[in-house]
Design a protein around this ligand. Structure first.
Ligand SMILES: C[S@@+](CC[C@H](N)C(=O)[O-])C[C@H]1O[C@@H](n2cnc3c(N)ncnc32)[C@H](O)[C@@H]1O
Length: 335
């Protein structure tokens, strides 16, 4: 079956869940049917698979059918509210063809596949630590690799015209972001190419009381793992500190949650419910509450989001790679 068909099926299934709220239990899913996950790399909590790699702090499930559905849904929500898949000025480059693009932490591969269809003359590569991307019937201009970004990317310096990463802020500690992640992504971008990050984490406009409580618990939990919720400010600093980026730009998109945001607003709310539930164990432990109490909080979160007209803050930061100062100086001296 073609990948796009699979994604459409997943999406249709997710749309079908629209009537679902926290009153009904979450659909119980395990990892992908007929797939045997290499267990040493994963650990199971409440029937869901999480990464089990010493240096990785990534708290969400991976390689898990339910998470793949959530990621497909989230991709559709971002695509809709952002009116497109990227913000960097790369359209012409991709249309002309011959451009190479990297999606770091590509998850289900939805972004890569969508882009490869929009720009058939350019080449798209996805890497992820977890093998969630399709392996067969890929478009001619797509490839995926299993790869832990923290161990370095298997690509030469200056390999890509455009490198992007979406929704990985909680995958890395502040230190990993600063000393490794940003540098590695900039390393594989060619001079003149663009690097872009898209994030949507627990930052809300008009949050209700319970929304604030959940967000605070998330923040405390992440802090205990060395991950900062001040990521938005930090990211710009990390980019500046590479001394290899110019034209650093920031864009924000506020996503209305629930009916007020139409069908996609409802899906955005559902995505957040699924995210909270995927984080239930650590967040309930952080708040010292039972699983049932946590479920009740999620119900209130849904009600509050509608009553308060809560919006979810998402953002993109992108920048252009420049030459090293030392190279520019050598050029001036030799010409
Ligand atoms: C929230 S998902 C986002 C996926 C995709 N970018 C999207 O927008 O749908 C985060 C992804 O990061 C991947 N990931 C986490 N840690 C990683 C690492 N150290 N190296 C590569 N990928 C990683 C996870 O497996 C997961 O697919």
């Amino acid at each position: 079956m073609r990948r796009t068909t699979i994604m459409k099926k997943q999406f249709a299934r997710v749309m079908g869940y629209c009537a679902w709220t926290t009153q009904s239990p979450k659909p119980q899913k395990k990892y992908r049917e007929n797939d045997e996950a290499p267990r040493s790399k994963y650990r199971t909590v409440d029937g869901r698979l999480y990464l089990n790699i010493a240096e990785s702090q990534y708290p969400l499930p991976v390689y898990d059918e339910e998470e793949m559905e959530r990621l497909a849904l989230q991709h559709a929500v971002f695509k809709h509210f952002w009116h497109g898949l990227y913000s960097s000025p790369i359209t012409e480059l991709l249309h002309v063809g011959g451009a190479k693009v990297l999606d770091s932490g590509s998850g289900t591969g939805s972004w890569v596949i969508d882009m490869s269809i929009d720009f058939p003359r350019s080449e798209f590569v996805g890497i992820d630590i977890s093998p969630m991307s399709p392996t067969t019937n890929l478009p001619h201009n797509v490839s995926f690799f299993d790869c832990n970004l923290l161990e370095g990317l298997p690509f030469a310096a200056d390999s890509f015209d455009y490198v992007r990463q979406g929704l990985l802020f909680e995958a890395f500690t502040e230190q990993q972001w600063e000393t490794h992640v940003v540098n590695e992504l900039v390393r594989v971008t060619r001079v003149g190419g663009w690097v872009e990050f898209m994030e949507g984490y627990c930052s809300f406009v008009n949050p209700g009381r319970v929304t604030k409580r959940l967000t605070n618990a998330f923040s405390t939990f992440l802090k205990s793992k060395g991950i900062s919720m001040r990521f938005e400010d930090n990211l710009t600093t990390y980019l500046e500190n590479t001394c290899r980026l110019s034209n650093i730009s920031y864009e924000e998109q506020r996503i209305p949650l629930g009916k007020r945001g139409g069908r996609f607003g409802e899906l955005a709310l559902k995505n957040l419910i699924w995210t909270w539930l995927a984080l239930k164990k650590p967040l309930a432990d952080t708040m010292c509450i039972s699983s049932e109490h946590f479920d009740a909080l999620i119900e209130t979160f849904v009600r509050e989001a509608t009553e308060n007209r809560t919006e979810w803050r998402t953002f993109r930061v992108y920048a252009q790679k420049t030459r090293r100062n030392v190279d520019s100086a050598i050029d001036i001296m030799t010409h």
